[in-house]
Design a protein around this ligand. Structure first.
Ligand SMILES: Nc1ncnc2c1ncn2[C@@H]1O[C@H](COP(=O)(O)OP(=O)(O)O)[C@@H](O)[C@H]1O
Ligand SMILES: [Mg+2]
Length: 420
């Protein structure tokens, strides 16, 4: 195997095929091995040429990009698909991901975006394949299977708090979980607001909206080194640190998937626990965060829409190659009487809920109005106890025995495994 990334271009328009082939011809690490004019031709060529990456147009006569991608997963399972689409086809993103595409590019895109996407999916795919090659071992050491980088010093655990639907309590849980781990379990914790456009971690923590944020890191992220990341973290009185979202949505757009990944890696180097509050839609930045995470706390509530979206997400997670142990289902407001029972949810999505958190409007709203997270203001409330239990499970600090400070890291790794 060479180090070059072998790309198959698929587009029904000859000029587009030529243009893409020429563009990629300038890249020394990328080789265009073929160009197909239809879905059928793509399937035939992919089987014969074993490309690493298939650059696929979504709109093609006969067999479209989505149908072709679905079939590719059986004829060329190792080829990662980058889907190309024109603007205004929002629903296509989800359908493409469900069909097995790894990336989604909206036309017109720059050659930088194109090559970055190709390199990223190919790296992710190679990483996945090497993990699968050592699957029996990786399955045992949970942390490494989930993408830990190793190296000097133990990297911390990255927990992404995600939900395919908004308003289910991601931010609430992310913030209080972080505080529980810091105050009760003695962990060094940082919260990253991964909802770059409309982040409200700062609001929940009553932080000055003019505080420093991830936006201040953009110049450094572009160069590649994140030396001053520490200076852009905001200290919260609850004993956690926070990397806020940019102050404006325009700035948020400048944060790429690659940057988000770098930031997470930098944060995990210096903290025991990195909690990322994610957005509810799939874009390449969210995917990069989910990829980088050791555990994805997937939040759901007892609502039909939440359950439907959860089913879709679990399919996507499987397509993305996440081991089932990486995705944890957290049912928030589990006791709210809305006519749907927990067992109904479990039957509907075909999976057990891993943890439950009770509904406690009084504590949560009381806290919110005072700008004090409920874990601090209502420490004895059931909702706080539920959060603490979750914090123990994620960090691996058991309820009965609180380990010595220097043995905490080992326990942490064990727990990831223990949760499976
Ligand atoms: N366990 C809970 N009990 C009561 N209210 C809750 C609970 N969790 C979240 N909420 C409330 O639900 C709303 C949405 O929560 P939020 O954390 O902002 O969700 P998301 O970040 O997923 O959009 C907020 O008003 C929050 O106070
Ligand atoms: Mg939120």
């Amino acid at each position: 195997m060479t180090d070059q990334i072998r790309v198959l271009v698929v587009d029904d328009i000859p000029e587009t095929r030529d243009h893409l082939t020429k563009l990629l011809g300038f890249e020394s690490d990328i080789e265009v091995v073929g160009a197909a004019a239809s879905g059928r031709e793509a399937l035939e060529m992919a089987g014969r040429l074993s490309p690493d990456v298939v650059l696929m147009d979504i709109n093609m006569p006969d067999m479209d990009g989505i149908a072709t991608t679905e079939q590719l997963s059986s004829s060329a399972p190792n080829a990662a698909v980058v889907m190309m689409s024109v603007q205004g086809e929002a629903d296509y993103l989800r359908r493409s991901m469900l069909a097995g595409a790894r990336e989604f590019l909206v036309k017109p895109f720059s050659s930088d975006e194109l090559t970055a996407s190709i390199r990223q999916v190919s790296a992710r795919e190679r990483d996945k394949q090497s993990r699968m090659a050592v699957a029996p071992v990786a399955a045992v050491i949970g942390g490494e299977a989930a993408g830990r980088t190793g190296g000097a010093g133990e990297p911390g655990t990255v927990v992404a708090v995600f939900s395919p639907k908004g308003g289910v309590g991601r931010t609430t849980v992310a913030v209080n979980l972080a505080i529980a781990a810091a105050t009760e379990l003695g962990k060094k914790v940082v919260v990253m607001d991964g909802s770059f456009q409309f982040g409200d971690v700062g609001v929940l923590l009553n932080l000055n909206p003019k505080s420093k944020s991830i936006a201040d890191l953009i110049p450094e992220m572009e160069v590649g080194e994140l030396e001053s990341i520490d200076t852009f973290l905001v200290d919260h009185t609850a004993g956690i640190r926070v990397l806020l979202a940019p102050p404006s949505p325009e700035t948020a757009e400048m944060i790429t998937a690659g940057m988000a990944k770098k930031v997470i890696e930098a944060l995990r180097r210096d903290h025991d626990l990195v909690v990322v509050d994610c957005t509810s839609y799939f874009n390449d930045t969210t995917l990069a965060i989910l990829d980088a995470a050791d555990v994805i706390l997937t939040m759901l509530s007892l609502e039909i829409t939440s359950i439907k979206n959860m089913r879709l997400f679990l399919e996507v997670a499987e397509q993305l190659g996440y081991e089932s142990g990486k995705v944890k289902l957290i049912l928030n407001r589990a006791d709210s009487a809305l006519g749907i029972r927990v067992t109904d949810v479990e039957n509907s999505i075909g999976r057990k809920v891993d943890e439950q958190i009770v509904s406690d409007g009084r504590s949560v709203v009381y806290a919110l109005n005072r700008g004090v997270p409920f874990f601090l203001s209502n420490r004895e409330a059931q909702v706080s106890q539920d959060i603490l239990r979750l914090a123990r499970t994620v960090t691996g600090v058991g309820a009965a025995v609180v380990p010595e400070a220097d043995s905490q890291k080992t326990t942490q790794k064990k727990s990831l495994f223990a949760w499976r």
